[in-house]
Design a protein around this ligand. Structure first.
Ligand SMILES: O=c1[nH]c(=O)c2[nH]c(=O)[nH]c2[nH]1
Length: 315
């Protein structure tokens, strides 16, 4: 069977592009104990002489989308990420100048901003103000929540937050766990620990006779203690970090008797750059969105009753 000439086609190929979308790359740059983070979502779209792959299936002009993904990670290591613009320009120029059939490269980048969680200070509510270290909170994400229940005589106030993403770029290990015939996870002695905090805390203010807490001050303080516990805990598991975050609140805030956390373990996998002759010295990570570990627990003031629902989405 002969391929029909182009003019004989009743259906002709119009605009087309291809590439790998949403490459989640996290680049850590270590300046002694002070780490810097760049967190991007990079989408590559290439176009050019791509008629044949569509008409006949010949891949002769096709740089695999998998290669475009690898290029994103390799460039993150080799050239670093100074800015999203600089990184995108570098990638686009590379694809167009190194591959004859590729005429246009469109690189779209979303950048997620992070701010530092401060070192220990007298006032934990100002966590974030102080520079330094390896602990970060993602900007502009958090939602504050509260639930008030009143039956005419007693009050229950449960407050909290959700969507607060935090990350430690060191001081996290995970090893010594159970291994069965399905276990493939490698023990980690220096990993990224990241989670999106969903937390609720229950106040022991229950009747109008008691002095009412200062809700604004309480929120700021609880948030500060929680973030500082996250930043300061040398973590052997997310479970241990969770307990520390809850315990710090119970120990420091007399108005709170119960804290519950739901913490997804937002996995960051080191990218294997060996095939490109590059050493990945804990610098370039693939930020996976699913599946994720989900670590949940309640921390109670000793002797108190657990009243916050197990499933925080019901609150
Ligand atoms: O902090 C962790 N806790 C786990 O229970 C767990 N399980 C796993 O695969 N990775 C991790 N990390």
């Amino acid at each position: 069977m002969t391929t029909p000439s182009r003019s004989a086609r009743p259906a002709v190929l119009a605009q087309n592009q291809y590439g790998k979308a949403e490459n989640r790359v996290v680049r850590i740059t270590r300046d002694g104990a002070t780490h810097h983070i760049k967190d991007l979502n990079v989408s590559v779209a290439l176009s050019g002489d791509m008629e044949e792959v569509h008409y006949s299936g010949s891949n002769a002009n096709v740089l695999p989308t998998d290669t475009t993904k690898n290029t994103v990670y390799a460039f993150a290591k080799e050239y670093g990420i100074e800015s999203a613009e600089q990184f995108g320009i570098h990638l686009a120029r590379h694809f167009v100048t190194s591959q004859e059939p590729i005429r246009t490269a469109r690189i779209r980048i979303e950048e997620y901003s992070w701010e530092r969680i401060g070192a220990p200070e007298a006032d934990p509510s100002s966590a974030g103000a102080q520079e330094g270290g390896h602990s970060f909170a993602r900007k502009g994400q958090e939602t504050r929540v509260t639930q008030i229940t009143y039956d005419g005589s007693s009050w229950e106030v449960v407050s909290g937050l959700k969507d607060l993403v935090v990350l430690n770029s060191t001081n996290s290990e995970f090893w010594g766990y159970v291994k069965d015939k399905y276990t493939t996870l490698k023990e980690a002695y220096d990993r990224i620990l990241a989670t999106e905090v969903s937390g609720r805390w229950r106040f022991n203010w229950t009747d109008d006779e008691q002095p009412m807490p200062d809700w604004e001050e309480s929120y700021a303080q609880v948030r500060g203690h929680m973030l500082q516990a996250f930043a300061q805990t040398y973590s052997l598991s997310l479970q241990q970090t969770l307990y520390q975050m809850g315990a710090r609140i119970i120990e420091n805030r007399d108005e709170i008797d119960e804290v519950r956390f739901s913490l997804p373990n937002k996995h960051h996998f080191l990218v294997d750059l060996e095939p490109f002759g590059l050493k990945n010295d804990n610098e370039v990570y693939f930020a996976a969105d699913r599946p994720y570990g989900l670590i949940e627990a309640t921390i109670l003031r000793d002797g108190c009753e657990a009243l916050i629902p197990v499933d925080l989405s019901n609150l």
